[in-house]
Design a protein around this ligand. Structure first.
Ligand code: B4P
Length: 193
């Protein structure tokens, strides 16, 4: 199965991606996690991405697209994958379509997690205390929400037009949200692919 997980910053994408990918037996590919790993290892990619991330801006499409192309060409992604936080712009949607065409593949479902604005801010401020991420300050959180609304929210109607979109209520406990996602995907029992 090839899935995309969307939602505003703090909606629970990274949290749910791990649970869903484990259940489906596919790799969870998080662009945010890959960028953060590069930042902590101080690679050239990390040095380029850090400034954008710390400001709450998106890393340029050219950089992000090349990184995802490389990742989904790896062997473990051949049978399917879950994309967490990609695509985030119209240009990334177009590039992903081209990557999928190369593999003669298609996206099976796009899951959008919906969460109240107040809950999002509360979650990210909680994470700021526990993880100390440099992009979880109140000012940067606000900028990330704006960037999401401007550049990523419009993708919801794009994928709705493709007939693959499913919106899932992201409020409640992690387990409650996971159960709703599995129900929306029609997934039951153990690992499937
Ligand atoms: P991401 O890493 O994707 O960060 P995010 O949008 O904040 O989502 P994340 O997955 O971390 O948070 P989650 O909602 O799971 O991106 C970071 C940056 O990388 C971007 O701003 C951008 O600069 C760059 N980037 C990434 N992808 C890019 C792309 N495609 N193009 C360009 N740039 C890109 O969780 C938030 C918190 O809520 C966590 O602490 C979690 O524990 C908690 N939580 C989750 N579910 C909960 C629940 N049900 N109840 C209570 N708390 C919950």
């Amino acid at each position: 199965m090839r899935l995309i997980l969307m939602g505003p910053p703090g909606a629970g994408k990274g949290t749910q991606a791990k649970v869903i990918a484990a259940k489906l037996g596919v790799p969870a590919i998080s662009t945010g996690d890959i960028f953060r790993a590069n930042v902590s290892q101080q690679t050239p990619l990390g040095l380029e991405a850090k400034g954008y991330m710390d400001a709450g801006e998106y890393v340029p499409d050219s950089v992000t697209n090349a990184m995802v192309r490389d990742r989904i060409n790896q062997d473990d992604a051949r049978g399917g994958f879950l994309l967490d936080g990609y695509p985030r712009t119209v240009a990334q949607v177009e590039e992903l379509d081209a990557m999928l065409a190369d593999h003669k593949a298609a996206i099976d479902a796009v899951v959008v997690l919906t969460v109240d604005q107040d809950e999002i801010v509360a979650r990210l401020l909680r994470r700021a205390e526990t993880e100390g991420r440099t992009d979880d300050t109140e000012e940067v959180i606000r900028r990330r929400q704006d960037v999401y609304a401007e550049q990523t929210a419009p993708l919801i109607s794009v994928y709705a037009g493709h007939g693959v979109l499913t919106e899932v209520d992201g409020m409640g406990t992690v387990d409650e949200v996971s159960a709703r996602v599995f129900q929306a995907l029609g997934v039951t029992g153990a690992a499937a692919s």
